[in-house]
Write a protein that binds this ligand. Sequence first.
Ligand code: XUL
Ligand code: CO
Length: 438
Amino acid sequence: MNKYFSNINHIPFEGSDSTNPLAFKYYDENKIIAGKKMKDHLRFAMSYWHTMTGQGQDPFGSPTMERPYNDLDGMDLSKARVEAAFELMSKLSIGYFCFHDLDISPEGKSLQEKYDNLDIIVDLILEKMNETGIKCLWGTTNAFSHPRFVHGASTSPNANVFAFAAAQVKKAMEITKKLGGENYVFWGGREGYETLLNTDMGLELDNLARFLTMARDYAKKIGFTGQLLIEPKPMEPTKHQYDFDASTVLSFLRKYNLQDDFKLNIEANHATLAGHTFHHEIYTSRINNALGSIDANQGDLLLGWDTDQFPTNIYDSTLCMYEVLKKGGIAPGGLNFDSKVRRGSFQSDDLFISYIVGMDTFAKGLLVANNLLVDRVLEDFISNRYSSYNNGIGKEIIDGVTDFEKLADYALEHDQIKNVSGRQELLEDIVNRYIYKS
Ligand code: XUL
Ligand code: CO
């Protein structure tokens, strides 16, 4: 496979002293960390939409991406993109991909034509998967780009749109199953509102739950055993997205009794848009047994929208991998680069360089996180910080054998309270030290 990016060879691992932009500095896929290969910890995936389909357009300008298949269109373009995608993933040693139905084949003039287009491309993808051993991390549906979804999909006021979206998810789930997808993602593209002046929020949320319940039932019916995931995002494209953040989604799932069927796909840039850190959203998911998968990217703190940049922040990748290690691994989820090259980075080699820096950032984060965990740096500090709950009154609180009256009696005798420093800066210094030395 050397047709579309023939000026780029297989990307080697050259180590941290390398100055070759087309080599990995930290991602050494077979290196064993904590008893597992790096590639099995990280489970990197290519996002089909940003990598193959996105062309660099923005609200102010036309496509800029220079791609070797730009002169093609329709199904020919879709077929070329499949070949190019597998060439790119093979050269970068990326083991998985994620896709929306619309990324891989044209919309068509009717729903039936859309189905037919999908079937042709899916067979081609299957061929390439067998040839390369690359797998599908997750599939999803694009039920937000077409004008029919102007007011949402399952939360549209128009029941015909609800039905159309159901038909789309049905097919996308069948395809994902055929491709052996290990997860299926629901990102509420336009599931939200612009103004409450025209919105029945109660009905829309009930309908979203009805839709997800039917999707869950259909997955069971066809024997799709992949994990179902919801990807929280607070805003964009709608002013207020219903899947605002991890906590909002968890309470929604519990209200509609879907908590055993869905986990979360946490995206870094969505976390920061919601006013949280990436770490907060992953941590929240983990302690609720709901961390399913990760969309690896980063935003720009000076911009208030989803810039989907390739991740380069070692601090964030360290804390992400710290949570992943604490969870015991991200599988069957993975790290999907829901990231796109900047509009000005329009050459094909920019695409390779962006993946390399993203993969190295997470490989380095994995190394740092593992060292922090092995040395129990934060673990010991934190357990010591809460040691007042190990015995005495603290243990009684934990064991549920006290009440307000007993606590008040205790407090009357212990009202001269002494606290201990939280030592934030010391811990930040220690984390920095682990980053320097790992
Ligand atoms: C949009 C986004 C999506 C989902 C899949 O912000 O993140 O690409 O990951 O629909
Ligand atoms: Co995403």
